[in-house]
Write a protein of this length. Sequence first.
Length: 131
Amino acid sequence: MLDKLDMQIRNADMIDAVNTSEIVSNVISTHLVPDIMGNLRAYARQGFRCTACGKSYRRLPLTKNCTCGHKLIQTITRGSVEKYLKLAKRLVDNYDVSSYQKGRIHALSDEIDLVFGKNKGDQSLLTDYTS
Ligand SMILES: [Zn+2]
């Protein structure tokens, strides 16, 4: 999905530089912002899932393990939210989009920092436990 967007923008860049900003602006409001917000919302009410038996939990048990003894993982990780945010930030910085849209992306970025915390190496992501 991201690769497709990237290619679309790169092609537009070659054809007509002025038009690209419009396409970029369009992609941000129709794809990136809804995806980021959807992922954020999903993250907020997500649960945990056992990697072995598939049992799901509303919240992480104190042992951090399933009753079957295997590790639990979050169903949505910071990475899945941030990959879209990163692209959106890159686009608003590199193309001539409206200041409203720039502000929107930066506000979303702040919101993501609030939800996940500033620290990128945060252990609570549990992505290290997936194997
Ligand atoms: Zn289990």
